[in-house]
Design a protein around this ligand. Structure first.
Ligand SMILES: Nc1nc2c(ncn2[C@@H]2O[C@H](COP(=O)(O)OP(=O)(O)O)[C@@H](O)[C@H]2O)c(=O)[nH]1
Ligand SMILES: [Mg+2]
Length: 365
């Protein structure tokens, strides 16, 4: 009886009918193509270590993904790349929009690749999730560098928070270094806290300026001047050369008024033209002498250790915060408590305490 039952089961409906010889060939190709699009983490690591830019791009895409599976894979790749990272110098470049960052990076990057260096350009731009990655549009200004096989250009990762974008950039740096890029340029625009964030992930911080109407120092945030290891006055060409030289004197004077840096490095001011390329080699000379000096004093290595410590703490803080604010019950209680605080029914501290207690009572996986 059981036999007859199984025979009539729909599972055996097609028993005796042989499948067609040729299954859909295009479907098979499609599946194989998809498989090729998703290399294993070992394949990615092998690719990165053999300097494949495709593997590097794919791994960075994994880092930027919000899919937990991708993140696990990304973490494996990062872990295996880490022992091969660190052999580079990291340069942060900032300046207001229009100052010539993209044009400068193109000229500076070409100068470096022509002298046998491998250059990666990453961007930290918290506004780019709105503008779809400012560097993307900038790729037109980096026409030569984009085509250069010793260069790698990656637009800013989009993300809800600067912290999130920063973590992704830090991880992308590791992968670029493992892929053999010896100079990593991190570009940022003067938006919010992005300069401070970039400053905490680079060895050298360069502020790009243009000469203005005379009062050069007006409108510059003091904190940014203080972070700068060099100020480069761009667009020193044509009629601008004289003004740029005057600005140089003024910036130099101002920089000498700041307290001596922990690195003991005296920030330099130079002029350049990203268009004529005048002054570009001098920028590299300044940066090189900084590295010579700080490596000799040991500051270079100390600073990297401090940065690693900072980023560990930042990551913990960031993740705790995002976990807290992603709990639906916390969010609804938060709303209630906000109103209660506004109506003076509860003190802000008591409200915060309530929410934290509620959070810590929960059982997390
Ligand atoms: N004359 C001159 N123009 C420049 C120079 N560098 C950039 N520019 C121009 O300034 C404008 C803004 O440059 P861009 O690189 O996009 O600035 P970013 O917004 O800081 O990335 C463009 O029209 C560039 O051609 C330079 O050294 N000299
Ligand atoms: Mg730009």
């Amino acid at each position: 009886m059981s036999n007859s039952k199984s025979k009539s089961s729909s599972l055996h409906e097609k028993a005796g009918i042989s499948p067609p010889e040729i299954t859909n060939v295009s479907a098979i190709n499609e599946i194989q193509k998809k498989r090729k699009l998703q290399p294993s983490s070992t394949e990615l690591v092998d690719g990165i270590l053999s300097s494949s830019r495709t593997a590097l791009s794919r791994a960075i895409t994994l880092i930027e993904s919000t899919n937990p599976e991708h993140l696990t894979k990304a973490n494996e790749v990062i872990k295996d790349c880490l022992p091969h990272a660190n052999n580079s110098v990291r340069i942060g470049i900032t300046g207001v929009p229009g100052v010539g960052k993209s044009t400068f990076i193109e000229a500076f990057g070409k100068y470096l690749t022509q002298s046998g260096k491998k250059v990666a350009v990453l961007a930290v731009d918290p506004s780019s999730s709105l503008s779809h990655g400012s560097i993307l549009g900038d790729k037109t200004r980096m026409e030569e560098l984009v085509k250069d096989e010793n260069a790698f250009i990656r637009p800013s990762a989009s993300g809800a928070t600067l912290g999130g974008v920063a973590r992704k950039t830090r991880e992308a740096i590791i992968l670029c270094e493992a892929a053999g890029f010896d100079i990593i340029i991190i570009e940022t625009v003067g938006v919010g806290q992005s300069e401070t964030t970039v400053h905490s992930m680079v060895d050298f911080f360069l502020l790009l300026k243009i000469s203005g109407a005379g009062d050069e120092l007006q409108g510059i945030k003091r904190g940014i001047m203080e972070m700068a290891d060099a100020i480069v006055i761009n667009k020193a060409d044509g009629d601008n050369v004289k003004k740029a030289n005057l600005a140089k004197v003024e910036f130099n004077r101002a920089l000498h008024l700041f307290p001596i840096k922990k690195s003991a490095w005296q920030p330099k001011v130079t002029t350049c033209s990203a268009v004529t390329k005048d002054g570009i080699p001098e920028v590299w000379n300044t940066i090189s002498s900084y590295f010579e000096q700080t490596k000799e004093s040991g500051y270079f290595f100390e600073n990297r250790k401090d940065q690693n410590h900072f980023w560990m703490m930042e990551t913990i803080n960031e993740q705790l915060k995002s976990k807290f604010y992603s709990q639906p019950n916390i969010l609804s209680e938060l709303e209630k408590n906000k109103k209660a605080v506004q109506n003076d029914e509860i003190s802000p501290f008591a409200a915060a305490q309530n929410l934290l207690e509620l959070y810590f009572k929960q059982d997390y996986k």
